[in-house]
Design a protein around this ligand. Structure first.
Ligand SMILES: *[C@@H]1O[C@H](CO)[C@@H](O)[C@H](O)[C@H]1NC(C)=O
Ligand SMILES: *[C@@H]1O[C@H](CO)[C@@H](O)[C@H](O)[C@H]1NC(C)=O
Ligand SMILES: *[C@@H]1O[C@H](CO)[C@@H](O)[C@H](O)[C@H]1NC(C)=O
Ligand SMILES: *[C@@H]1O[C@H](CO)[C@@H](O)[C@H](O)[C@H]1NC(C)=O
Ligand SMILES: *[C@@H]1O[C@H](CO)[C@@H](O)[C@H](O)[C@H]1NC(C)=O
Length: 591
């Protein structure tokens, strides 16, 4: 017996070594085959044309495609196996049929035959000064077996003698469909599903299941050149929903409301408050539900819950998105669901849950009549790309997938063709704002589309293609991905000299009395921009003592010059210097 285990172990080890080597060498292979690094010494030869794989490539904008490099991160993102909770396994659960939702107590629960349950209605507390932060819980009313629900959210409590079970449930009932549309056939619905801060590359690395679903059926259009317009999440969402960078414009919900669309807004994080509404702007508003979840966390009964861990807020949000979309599949609706609580640790769960949602909506026929915008607001530096030029670009390019109903594709084939051409053009949230209006116009809603106030020349994605620069698209200079920074050899002498130049510059800023001065340890990443004729470099360096700096440097006639500020990328707490500018560059002397 021990011998057999031993043998298996050896086989296993061989297998392990083989798989690890495969994983280690695969990236090199792909990287060399698909990404060219350039040599600055010979740049005169390559001046205007460097053949690199690109997401966008025209006279005004070049965005390199680093997606093959994701293989380098492969070992970080082997998806964990994940088993979802089945809500029907709870002691209480909700079922729906047509316009009614029913709350049930599980009868043959086996363990607690004598449960007595009560439920309370949960609603927004309009009496308070801050209606958006408080909820009202009605008196707990007893029920046996089941009860028909009249409000969207309820809190259930059940006494078993020893433990008090607690659970918050939501059920969307179509009571508000009394809204009647004069428009026939009914206009298309819009569902926007967002995840906070996921770049296009991060999506490729972390959401393999969903990505496979989206790309394999050839129905979803990926906007590969979609760029953020600001560094701030709120501004990017606002740009998409109002065409403005500040709160001075109407949110597009009100436009859809006018045409009797049923509207919804939900985000899973009660603390972030992307939009706080004193007056509820949408027909369905899920903040009270998430406040209740926070306030009354689920208490399950022993042995009764086959859920491996508690349901996450984003699973609850996706359940709402599902419930809402299916409930209103035959009525015009406009909904925004935004996920903020996902973390690298929960990405496998989110990946699984989103694919499950899309499959469900497809099966239920929701997609026949609904435009889906599945997207993020911006990227973030993460994992191995945190300190590289790839990470710098990644920050600027969130992922976007668009689903266009088949019916629309057939009637508006020309418009759909333009959308597909935009896959490899520079696009922004302002363009999406125009597109949302265009969806209403094209489906016979009698609307005069308003130009985006912050970007008057931005156009619907259904319009013909015109080449755009960052300036044309109102993308802030520091967020501009269009300069075409192409990776260079790290051991180039120009790069080496430029790196030393950066470290020397930092040493000039450093407060010599309190802080240590730096030496160059390593060039971490380097690239040169196509738009400057490869005269502008983006370089990140690691120093001794440990810090990571990133800067733009121009290189003209063998003279280096700083372009903008030197950024410190590593996180450090500096106590010995108080000046906020100098603080950034300091590693304190002594201990
Ligand atoms: C919840 O609200 C509905 C409708 O207003 C009402 O009929 C029902 O009795 C309420 N339930 C409780 C427990 O207060
Ligand atoms: C609720 O319980 C009653 C009485 O047991 C039963 O007749 C009814 O079918 C149940 N309703 C639903 C929706 O299951
Ligand atoms: C919206 O619904 C109202 C009330 O049913 C109706 O009077 C109005 O004409 C509808 N508007 C549109 C644009 O369908
Ligand atoms: C942004 O860049 C453009 C073109 O390089 C320049 O004309 C403009 O002044 C810059 N804007 C800011 C705010 O720096
Ligand atoms: C790099 O710096 C060294 C030393 O200052 C100098 O001799 C060399 O010419 C520089 N090379 C380039 C390509 O700038």
């Amino acid at each position: 017996m021990p011998l057999r285990i031993h043998k298996n172990k050896i086989v296993f080890e061989i297998f392990l070594v083989a798989s690890i080597s495969l994983m280690c060498f695969t990236p090199l292979f792909f990287y060399n085959r698909t990404t060219t690094t350039i040599s600055l010494i010979h740049i005169e030869d390559a001046k205007h044309h460097v053949p690199i794989p690109a997401l966008v490539s025209n006279n005004k904008c070049l965005i390199p495609d680093f997606s093959q490099m994701y293989f380098q991160q492969f070992m970080y993102s082997i998806p964990k196996k994940y088993t979802p909770c089945n809500r029907k396994n709870y002691l209480t659960f909700v079922t729906k049929s047509e316009n009614t939702a029913t709350l049930h107590v599980k009868q043959q629960n086996g363990f607690y035959p004598e449960v007595s349950c009560c439920y309370s209605n949960i609603s927004r507390n309009f009496d308070r000064v801050n209606p958006d932060d408080t909820i009202k819980i009605s008196k707990c009313r007893k029920f046996t077996k089941n009860v028909t629900l009249a409000t969207d959210f309820v809190l259930v409590k059940c006494d078993t003698g020893s433990v008090q079970y607690k659970q918050v449930h939501a059920a969307i009932t179509a009571k508000k469909t009394t809204k009647n549309s004069d428009i026939w056939p009914p206009p298309f619905s819009v569902l926007i599903l967002g995840i906070d801060k996921i770049s296009r590359l991060s999506f490729i690395r972390n959401f393999p299941k969903t990505r496979h679903y989206l790309t394999s059926n050839n129905k979803w259009v990926s906007l590969n050149g979609y760029a953020k317009v600001s560094d701030d999440t709120f501004t990017n969402i606002l740009a998409l929903l109002s065409g403005c960078k500040t709160m001075e414009c109407d949110l597009i919900w009100s436009e859809f409301e006018k045409y009797n669309y049923t509207t919804a807004f939900g985000e899973d994080d009660v603390w972030s408050k992307t939009f706080t509404f004193h007056k509820q702007l949408t027909d369905y508003y899920f903040r009270p539900y998430f406040i209740a979840n926070e306030k009354y966390p689920t208490v399950e009964l022993n042995k009764m819950f086959p859920c491996p861990d508690r349901e996450t807020p984003f699973e609850r949000l996706l359940d709402l998105a599902k419930d809402f979309s299916v409930t209103f599949k035959n009525h015009p609706s406009f909904a925004l669901f935004w996920i903020k609580t996902a973390t690298v640790g929960t990405f496998p769960k989110l990946d699984y849950s989103i694919r499950a949602l899309f499959r469900h909506l497809n099966r239920k026929g929701v997609f026949a009549n609904t435009f889906v915008f599945f997207l993020s607001d911006q990227g973030r530096r993460e994992g191995k790309n945190e300190f590289t030029n790839v990470g710098w670009l990644e920050e600027k390019l969130p992922f976007v997938y668009v689903l266009v109903p088949k019916k629309f594709q057939e009637i508006y084939s020309e418009e759909f063709r333009f959308l597909k051409l935009k896959q490899n053009e520079l696009t922004t949230p302002f363009d999406l704002y125009m597109t949302l209006q265009d969806i209403m116009v094209l489906t016979q809603v009698n609307l005069d589309p308003k130009p985006s106030q912050s970007c008057p020349t931005c156009e619907s994605l259904f319009m013909d293609v015109t080449e755009k620069s960052c300036l044309d698209s109102e993308i802030e200079n520091r967020s501009c991905p269009c300069d075409g920074f192409v990776l260079t050899n790290l051991d180039d002498l120009v790069v080496r000299n430029a790196s030393l130049f950066i470290v020397n510059k930092v040493n000039e800023f450093v407060d010599q009395r309190m802080c240590r001065s730096y030496e160059l340890r390593k060039v971490l990443s380097s690239s040169a921009s196509w738009s400057s004729g490869y005269k502008k470099l983006l370089i990140s360096v690691q120093t001794y003592p440990y810090s990571v700096f990133e800067a733009f440097v121009t290189y003209v006639d063998k003279v280096f010059e700083l372009d903008g500020e030197i950024k410190r990328l590593d996180f450090a707490i500096v106590r010995c210097v108080s000046d906020s500018f100098l603080k950034k560059y300091c590693v304190c002397k002594g201990k």
